[in-house]
Design a protein around this ligand. Structure first.
Ligand code: MG
Length: 350
Protein backbone atom coordinates (compact mmCIF):
# COMPACT_ATOMS: atom_id res chain seq x y z
CA UNK A 1 0.00 0.00 0.00
CA UNK A 2 1.63 3.21 -1.19
CA UNK A 3 1.13 6.66 0.28
CA UNK A 4 -0.79 8.88 -2.15
CA UNK A 5 -1.58 11.97 -0.09
CA UNK A 6 -0.40 13.76 3.06
CA UNK A 7 -2.32 16.85 4.19
CA UNK A 8 -2.38 19.09 7.23
CA UNK A 9 -5.81 20.15 8.49
CA UNK A 10 -5.76 23.20 10.77
CA UNK A 11 -8.75 23.31 13.11
CA UNK A 12 -9.10 26.98 14.01
CA UNK A 13 -10.30 27.86 17.48
CA UNK A 14 -9.92 31.10 19.43
CA UNK A 15 -8.42 29.29 22.44
CA UNK A 16 -7.54 25.67 21.68
CA UNK A 17 -6.70 25.35 17.96
CA UNK A 18 -5.59 21.92 16.77
CA UNK A 19 -3.58 20.66 13.81
CA UNK A 20 -4.48 17.27 12.36
CA UNK A 21 -2.54 15.39 9.68
CA UNK A 22 -4.13 12.93 7.25
CA UNK A 23 -2.28 10.24 5.31
CA UNK A 24 -4.00 8.25 2.55
CA UNK A 25 -2.81 5.15 0.70
CA UNK A 26 -3.64 3.76 -2.76
CA UNK A 27 -6.14 1.29 -1.30
CA UNK A 28 -8.23 4.13 0.12
CA UNK A 29 -7.11 3.72 3.75
CA UNK A 30 -6.92 6.93 5.77
CA UNK A 31 -4.94 7.60 8.93
CA UNK A 32 -5.14 10.73 11.06
CA UNK A 33 -2.51 12.08 13.44
CA UNK A 34 -1.94 15.34 15.26
CA UNK A 35 0.80 17.90 15.85
CA UNK A 36 1.17 20.21 18.82
CA UNK A 37 3.60 22.96 19.51
CA UNK A 38 3.19 24.05 23.07
CA UNK A 39 2.50 27.77 22.82
CA UNK A 40 0.57 29.20 25.74
CA UNK A 41 -2.83 27.57 25.88
CA UNK A 42 -6.18 29.16 26.52
CA UNK A 43 -4.86 32.48 25.32
CA UNK A 44 -7.17 34.59 23.20
CA UNK A 45 -6.17 37.01 20.49
CA UNK A 46 -2.78 35.47 19.76
CA UNK A 47 -1.32 37.52 16.90
CA UNK A 48 -0.38 35.79 13.65
CA UNK A 49 -1.05 32.13 12.96
CA UNK A 50 0.27 29.51 15.38
CA UNK A 51 -0.64 26.58 13.11
CA UNK A 52 0.79 27.76 9.79
CA UNK A 53 4.52 27.04 10.33
CA UNK A 54 3.88 23.39 11.22
CA UNK A 55 1.13 22.96 8.61
CA UNK A 56 3.51 24.27 5.94
CA UNK A 57 6.22 21.86 7.10
CA UNK A 58 3.74 18.99 6.66
CA UNK A 59 2.30 20.20 3.34
CA UNK A 60 5.40 21.60 1.64
CA UNK A 61 8.38 19.76 3.08
CA UNK A 62 7.73 16.35 4.66
CA UNK A 63 4.42 15.33 3.07
CA UNK A 64 5.54 15.45 -0.59
CA UNK A 65 8.61 13.39 0.33
CA UNK A 66 6.30 10.55 1.54
CA UNK A 67 4.36 10.10 -1.71
CA UNK A 68 4.90 6.64 -3.21
CA UNK A 69 6.39 5.07 -0.10
CA UNK A 70 5.05 1.90 1.53
CA UNK A 71 2.75 3.23 4.26
CA UNK A 72 3.49 0.35 6.62
CA UNK A 73 7.24 0.99 6.80
CA UNK A 74 6.84 3.56 9.54
CA UNK A 75 10.27 3.29 11.13
CA UNK A 76 11.91 3.60 7.72
CA UNK A 77 9.82 6.65 6.81
CA UNK A 78 10.58 8.29 10.18
CA UNK A 79 14.30 7.86 9.70
CA UNK A 80 14.26 9.05 6.11
CA UNK A 81 12.23 12.18 6.86
CA UNK A 82 14.52 13.10 9.74
CA UNK A 83 17.62 12.61 7.63
CA UNK A 84 16.06 14.52 4.73
CA UNK A 85 15.12 17.58 6.78
CA UNK A 86 17.37 17.71 9.84
CA UNK A 87 19.30 20.68 8.54
CA UNK A 88 16.26 22.77 9.45
CA UNK A 89 17.03 21.73 13.05
CA UNK A 90 16.10 18.28 14.32
CA UNK A 91 14.01 19.63 17.20
CA UNK A 92 11.21 22.19 17.16
CA UNK A 93 8.85 22.64 14.23
CA UNK A 94 10.34 19.79 12.20
CA UNK A 95 9.61 17.30 14.95
CA UNK A 96 6.12 18.70 15.57
CA UNK A 97 5.30 18.13 11.88
CA UNK A 98 6.93 14.70 11.86
CA UNK A 99 4.84 13.74 14.90
CA UNK A 100 1.58 14.34 13.02
CA UNK A 101 2.68 12.26 10.01
CA UNK A 102 3.99 9.47 12.22
CA UNK A 103 0.79 9.24 14.27
CA UNK A 104 -1.28 9.22 11.05
CA UNK A 105 0.83 6.32 9.74
CA UNK A 106 0.26 4.30 12.93
CA UNK A 107 -3.48 5.03 12.74
CA UNK A 108 -3.54 3.98 9.10
CA UNK A 109 -1.66 0.75 9.81
CA UNK A 110 -4.00 -0.13 12.67
CA UNK A 111 -7.05 0.49 10.52
CA UNK A 112 -5.64 -1.52 7.61
CA UNK A 113 -4.90 -4.48 9.92
CA UNK A 114 -8.14 -3.92 11.91
CA UNK A 115 -6.16 -3.71 15.17
CA UNK A 116 -5.86 -1.05 17.88
CA UNK A 117 -2.43 0.60 17.82
CA UNK A 118 -1.62 -0.67 21.33
CA UNK A 119 -1.80 -4.20 19.90
CA UNK A 120 0.75 -3.26 17.24
CA UNK A 121 3.01 -2.03 20.06
CA UNK A 122 2.99 -5.45 21.71
CA UNK A 123 -0.32 -5.23 23.56
CA UNK A 124 -1.41 -3.46 26.72
CA UNK A 125 0.50 -3.93 29.97
CA UNK A 126 -2.01 -1.98 32.11
CA UNK A 127 -5.67 -2.82 32.70
CA UNK A 128 -6.40 0.80 33.54
CA UNK A 129 -4.21 3.90 33.91
CA UNK A 130 -4.56 6.69 36.48
CA UNK A 131 -5.25 10.05 34.89
CA UNK A 132 -5.34 13.58 36.24
CA UNK A 133 -7.41 16.54 35.16
CA UNK A 134 -5.13 19.33 33.96
CA UNK A 135 -6.78 22.66 34.70
CA UNK A 136 -5.96 26.02 33.11
CA UNK A 137 -4.65 28.62 35.59
CA UNK A 138 -7.19 30.66 37.56
CA UNK A 139 -5.00 32.76 39.90
CA UNK A 140 -7.78 33.15 42.51
CA UNK A 141 -9.19 30.69 45.01
CA UNK A 142 -12.93 30.85 44.27
CA UNK A 143 -12.77 30.07 40.53
CA UNK A 144 -9.90 27.62 41.09
CA UNK A 145 -11.81 25.68 43.72
CA UNK A 146 -14.93 25.66 41.51
CA UNK A 147 -12.96 24.19 38.59
CA UNK A 148 -11.28 21.56 40.78
CA UNK A 149 -14.66 20.54 42.17
CA UNK A 150 -16.09 20.32 38.66
CA UNK A 151 -13.23 17.98 37.69
CA UNK A 152 -13.82 15.81 40.77
CA UNK A 153 -17.53 15.67 39.96
CA UNK A 154 -16.61 14.51 36.43
CA UNK A 155 -14.92 11.43 37.92
CA UNK A 156 -11.31 12.53 38.36
CA UNK A 157 -9.58 11.67 41.64
CA UNK A 158 -6.43 13.65 40.78
CA UNK A 159 -6.12 17.24 39.65
CA UNK A 160 -3.22 19.35 38.42
CA UNK A 161 -3.44 23.12 38.67
CA UNK A 162 -1.30 25.60 36.73
CA UNK A 163 -0.57 27.98 39.59
CA UNK A 164 2.65 29.47 40.98
CA UNK A 165 1.35 31.34 44.05
CA UNK A 166 2.27 29.12 47.01
CA UNK A 167 -0.36 30.71 49.29
CA UNK A 168 -3.06 30.03 46.71
CA UNK A 169 -2.08 26.34 46.46
CA UNK A 170 -2.00 25.99 50.27
CA UNK A 171 -5.44 27.62 50.48
CA UNK A 172 -6.72 25.22 47.80
CA UNK A 173 -5.48 22.18 49.76
CA UNK A 174 -7.12 23.59 52.90
CA UNK A 175 -10.43 24.02 51.10
CA UNK A 176 -10.29 20.58 49.46
CA UNK A 177 -9.32 18.54 52.49
CA UNK A 178 -6.89 15.63 52.43
CA UNK A 179 -8.41 13.39 49.76
CA UNK A 180 -7.96 14.57 46.20
CA UNK A 181 -4.55 13.94 44.68
CA UNK A 182 -3.03 17.30 43.82
CA UNK A 183 -0.22 18.30 41.47
CA UNK A 184 1.07 21.76 40.58
CA UNK A 185 2.54 23.00 37.30
CA UNK A 186 4.41 26.20 38.16
CA UNK A 187 4.95 27.12 34.48
CA UNK A 188 8.61 27.94 35.09
CA UNK A 189 7.65 30.86 37.36
CA UNK A 190 9.65 30.05 40.50
CA UNK A 191 12.77 32.25 40.71
CA UNK A 192 15.78 29.93 41.05
CA UNK A 193 16.98 31.76 44.17
CA UNK A 194 13.76 31.06 46.12
CA UNK A 195 12.46 27.90 44.42
CA UNK A 196 13.73 25.58 47.18
CA UNK A 197 12.00 27.68 49.84
CA UNK A 198 8.75 27.72 47.82
CA UNK A 199 8.93 23.98 47.35
CA UNK A 200 9.47 23.47 51.10
CA UNK A 201 6.43 25.62 51.87
CA UNK A 202 4.39 23.66 49.32
CA UNK A 203 5.16 20.40 51.12
CA UNK A 204 2.19 21.12 53.38
CA UNK A 205 -0.11 20.84 50.35
CA UNK A 206 1.07 17.21 49.93
CA UNK A 207 1.62 17.40 46.19
CA UNK A 208 2.26 14.26 44.15
CA UNK A 209 4.64 16.31 42.05
CA UNK A 210 5.75 19.85 41.28
CA UNK A 211 6.02 20.38 37.53
CA UNK A 212 8.28 22.71 35.55
CA UNK A 213 9.18 24.96 38.49
CA UNK A 214 12.05 26.78 36.76
CA UNK A 215 12.90 28.77 33.66
CA UNK A 216 14.78 28.06 31.43
CA UNK A 217 12.83 24.80 31.49
CA UNK A 218 15.72 22.79 30.05
CA UNK A 219 18.32 24.02 32.51
CA UNK A 220 18.80 20.65 34.21
CA UNK A 221 21.73 21.86 36.30
CA UNK A 222 19.41 24.31 38.07
CA UNK A 223 16.69 21.71 38.30
CA UNK A 224 19.03 19.09 39.79
CA UNK A 225 20.05 21.59 42.47
CA UNK A 226 16.39 22.22 43.29
CA UNK A 227 15.60 18.52 43.38
CA UNK A 228 18.23 18.00 46.07
CA UNK A 229 16.49 20.61 48.24
CA UNK A 230 12.87 19.88 47.29
CA UNK A 231 10.67 17.71 49.51
CA UNK A 232 8.29 17.32 46.53
CA UNK A 233 9.09 15.06 43.53
CA UNK A 234 9.75 17.08 40.36
CA UNK A 235 8.09 16.48 36.97
CA UNK A 236 9.51 17.84 33.73
CA UNK A 237 10.02 16.90 30.08
CA UNK A 238 7.23 18.46 27.99
CA UNK A 239 9.80 20.84 26.47
CA UNK A 240 12.26 18.13 25.54
CA UNK A 241 12.61 16.66 22.06
CA UNK A 242 15.50 14.42 21.19
CA UNK A 243 17.60 11.50 22.38
CA UNK A 244 20.33 13.95 23.37
CA UNK A 245 17.90 16.12 25.30
CA UNK A 246 16.18 13.32 27.19
CA UNK A 247 19.47 11.64 28.01
CA UNK A 248 20.84 14.93 29.35
CA UNK A 249 17.67 15.23 31.45
CA UNK A 250 17.91 11.70 32.85
CA UNK A 251 21.64 11.90 33.51
CA UNK A 252 21.23 15.14 35.44
CA UNK A 253 19.11 13.27 38.02
CA UNK A 254 16.80 16.25 38.18
CA UNK A 255 13.53 14.50 37.37
CA UNK A 256 11.16 12.21 39.32
CA UNK A 257 8.47 11.93 36.61
CA UNK A 258 9.18 12.46 32.90
CA UNK A 259 6.52 14.06 30.72
CA UNK A 260 7.22 13.64 26.98
CA UNK A 261 4.64 15.08 24.57
CA UNK A 262 3.93 12.62 21.77
CA UNK A 263 2.74 15.36 19.37
CA UNK A 264 6.11 17.14 19.66
CA UNK A 265 8.82 14.52 20.00
CA UNK A 266 8.20 12.66 16.74
CA UNK A 267 5.08 10.57 17.36
CA UNK A 268 4.84 6.99 18.57
CA UNK A 269 7.94 5.85 16.74
CA UNK A 270 10.12 8.09 18.88
CA UNK A 271 7.95 7.87 22.01
CA UNK A 272 8.68 4.14 22.19
CA UNK A 273 12.40 4.86 22.32
CA UNK A 274 12.01 7.51 25.02
CA UNK A 275 9.87 5.08 27.03
CA UNK A 276 12.74 2.59 26.92
CA UNK A 277 15.29 5.26 27.85
CA UNK A 278 13.14 6.30 30.83
CA UNK A 279 12.96 2.67 31.90
CA UNK A 280 16.75 2.41 31.71
CA UNK A 281 17.10 5.38 34.06
CA UNK A 282 14.27 4.21 36.33
CA UNK A 283 12.12 7.31 35.78
CA UNK A 284 8.35 6.74 35.65
CA UNK A 285 6.54 7.91 32.53
CA UNK A 286 3.84 10.52 32.86
CA UNK A 287 2.94 11.58 29.29
CA UNK A 288 2.05 15.21 28.67
CA UNK A 289 -1.19 15.95 26.79
CA UNK A 290 -3.05 19.18 26.21
CA UNK A 291 -5.49 18.40 23.42
CA UNK A 292 -8.21 15.76 23.02
CA UNK A 293 -8.19 14.05 19.62
CA UNK A 294 -5.84 11.72 17.70
CA UNK A 295 -2.80 12.93 19.69
CA UNK A 296 -4.41 12.15 23.03
CA UNK A 297 -5.60 8.75 21.78
CA UNK A 298 -2.03 7.99 20.67
CA UNK A 299 -0.82 9.02 24.14
CA UNK A 300 -3.19 6.49 25.70
CA UNK A 301 -2.12 3.66 23.36
CA UNK A 302 1.53 4.44 24.10
CA UNK A 303 0.98 4.62 27.86
CA UNK A 304 -1.07 1.42 27.96
CA UNK A 305 1.69 -0.42 26.09
CA UNK A 306 4.50 1.06 28.26
CA UNK A 307 5.51 -0.75 31.46
CA UNK A 308 6.80 2.51 32.99
CA UNK A 309 3.62 4.59 32.58
CA UNK A 310 2.09 5.73 35.89
CA UNK A 311 -0.04 8.79 35.05
CA UNK A 312 -1.59 10.36 31.95
CA UNK A 313 -2.51 14.05 31.74
CA UNK A 314 -6.04 14.86 30.55
CA UNK A 315 -6.86 18.45 29.57
CA UNK A 316 -9.95 19.68 31.39
CA UNK A 317 -11.37 22.80 29.78
CA UNK A 318 -13.71 25.37 31.33
CA UNK A 319 -17.42 24.78 30.86
CA UNK A 320 -18.65 25.56 27.36
CA UNK A 321 -15.28 25.20 25.60
CA UNK A 322 -14.84 22.13 23.40
CA UNK A 323 -11.90 20.95 21.36
CA UNK A 324 -12.46 21.58 17.64
CA UNK A 325 -11.57 17.91 16.90
CA UNK A 326 -14.92 17.02 18.50
CA UNK A 327 -13.18 14.61 20.90
CA UNK A 328 -14.59 14.40 24.41
CA UNK A 329 -13.21 13.21 27.76
CA UNK A 330 -12.56 9.47 27.93
CA UNK A 331 -14.85 7.52 30.26
CA UNK A 332 -13.31 7.33 33.74
CA UNK A 333 -13.58 4.49 36.26
CA UNK A 334 -12.10 5.05 39.74
CA UNK A 335 -9.98 7.89 38.42
CA UNK A 336 -8.58 5.73 35.61
CA UNK A 337 -9.03 5.90 31.84
CA UNK A 338 -9.38 3.14 29.33
CA UNK A 339 -8.33 2.96 25.71
CA UNK A 340 -10.59 4.67 23.18
CA UNK A 341 -12.80 2.18 21.32
CA UNK A 342 -12.04 1.14 17.75
CA UNK A 343 -9.09 0.17 15.59
CA UNK A 344 -6.08 2.34 14.80
CA UNK A 345 -5.88 5.18 17.33
CA UNK A 346 -9.61 4.79 18.01
CA UNK A 347 -12.27 7.41 18.38
CA UNK A 348 -13.49 9.55 21.25
CA UNK A 349 -15.89 11.83 19.44
CA UNK A 350 -19.33 12.52 20.77
MG1 MG B 1 3.07 21.49 31.94
Amino acid sequence: MKITRVTAEPLEHARVPQLLVHVEDDAGNLGTGECWWGVATMQQDVPGDTLAPIAATVDKLLGPRCIGWEAGRIERIWGDLMRYAYRYGDEGILRCALSGIDLALWDLLGKRLAQPVSQLLGGTVHDALPVYASLPGQRELAPLLAEVQRALAAGFTAVKVHEFDVDLVLALRDALGPDPILMVDALGRFPPATAAHQSQRLAEARLTFLETPLYPMRDYRLLARLRRDSPIPLAVGEHEWSFDGFERLFKSESVSFVQPEICKIGGLTFARRIGTLAELYGVPLCPHAYRLGPGFNATLHWAFASPGAVWVEVPFLPEGIDFPSGAVLPPLVNGCANLPPGVGLGDCRR
